[in-house]
Design a protein around this ligand. Structure first.
Ligand code: NAP
Length: 340
């Protein structure tokens, strides 16, 4: 089968198509013929060798995809050949076929297109876990989403809006700001034009926000904490600003400085909470994953929420897709179509 087998870390050019044997399902596993792949920022970090959940080289990149079950291993009783599924994994989805435990092949959402199905799992599960499970978002909350125009960001904006919250978001260009208003965000700010902390403080009459979903780190994390109202909660889910370069000691220092840190004494003085979340733990805990999946899919069904697919690429163009994501110009989710 065709697959992006990562043999060395590096720039997007490291993403080359190889011919490798298709994996065979073992006990309780299923094999999925992939139609569409969702791209994630963690795969940029994996490609660079900066993602701590990645396996040792060589491995096939990719964390999510949509396709059809075409083989089942012994004991895999809950899924059937021919079923359309959304697959979540730590690696392996940049390929024509993937094998996963059957619990990680979740029923596709029937009113979504193949592109929307590939764009759903990682972003919406992340946003749901951070906002609903951890921050315990309430309809009366003012919620700030960092990198709001990205994959996780657009998912979080949609979920928080449908929850009834007042939603604020940051993004790095005016085009993204305009698109965020098309998603019905209440206030979006281009942080390159104005200081987002001052802007949001002014928009909230000096009160700040109740919940922040933070995925950048560095100054963005510090300002996010500054903006928390008493009893506020910030959930850290990413570190996009961290850019560790192996042979550049200055980058080690910058990275160390940009890592978010929490002070319990400050939390006590100002009465707020700091949390952090990684989706990988959901994949390792099947009952928890299925429970969260049921809640989330019921919510998107009720509110007819559809993933924002900002760009699609062919499998041959996966390096260009990585370049677009790294350029910080992408909007919503980038999806790869196999067979085009
Ligand atoms: N914890 C988890 O389980 C989990 C799961 C999925 C994703 N994440 C994290 O969530 C974040 C978003 O992921 P995604 O896949 O949806 O990607 P994405 O949002 O589509 O892309 C990243 C965006 O981050 C923003 N950004 C801000 N500062 C940046 C910087 N210094 N360098 C690069 N980008 C910067 C950029 O938008 P602007 O320039 O417009 O701000 C960029 O477009 C990532 O940090 C990712 O690691 C975490």
């Amino acid at each position: 089968m065709k697959a992006i087998l990562l043999t060395k870390h590096g720039k997007p050019a490291a993403l080359k198509i190889s011919d490798v044997p298709a994996p065979q399902p073992k006990a309780n596993q299923v094999r999925v013929k992939i139609e569409t792949i969702g791209l994630n920022y963690a795969e940029i970090q994996s490609r660079k060798g900066l993602y701590r959940w990645a396996p040792k080289l060589p491995y096939i990149l990719g964390m999510e995809a949509y396709g059809e079950i075409e083989a089942v291993g012994p004991g895999a009783e809950h899924r059937q050949i021919g079923e359309k599924v959304i697959v979540g994994a730590q690696y392996g989805s940049y390929a024509e076929y993937i094998v996963v435990p059957e619990a990680q092949a979740l029923p596709a959402i029937d009113f979504y297109s193949p592109e929307e199905n590939a764009a759903f799992a990682v972003n919406y599960l992340t946003a749901w876990v951070c906002l609903v499970k951890m921050a315990r978002m309430q309809p009366t909350d003012r919620v700030l989403i960092q990198a709001a125009a990205g994959g996780v960001g657009t998912a979080a904006v949609q979920l928080a809006k449908r929850f009834g919250c007042t939603v604020y978001g940051t993004a790095g260009n005016d085009d993204k700001i305009e698109r965020l208003y098309q998603l019905n965000i209440d206030h979006a700010v281009n942080y390159r034009r104005r200081d987002f902390e001052q802007y949001i403080r002014a928009q909230t009459n000096g009160q700040g926000v109740d919940v922040v979903l933070e995925v950048v780190g560095g100054e963005v994390y510090k300002k996010s904490v500054n903006l928390l109202a008493p009893f506020g909660r910030v959930v850290v889910a990413g570190f996009a600003a961290l850019d560790l370069q192996k042979w550049n000691p200055v980058s080690w220092w910058k990275t160390w400085r940009a890592i978010p840190r929490a002070s319990i004494s400050q939390m006590a003085v100002n009465s707020y909470g700091v949390m952090a979340s990684h989706l990988g733990y959901q994949l390792e805990d099947t009952p928890r994953l299925l429970n969260t999946w049921q809640e989330l899919t019921a919510f998107v069904q009720t509110h007819q929420i559809r993933p924002v697919v900002g760009a699609t690429f062919s499998f041959d163009d996966i390096a260009a897709a990585h370049q677009l994501m790294e350029s910080r110009q992408s909007y919503g989710k980038i999806v790869i179509k196999i067979g085009e």
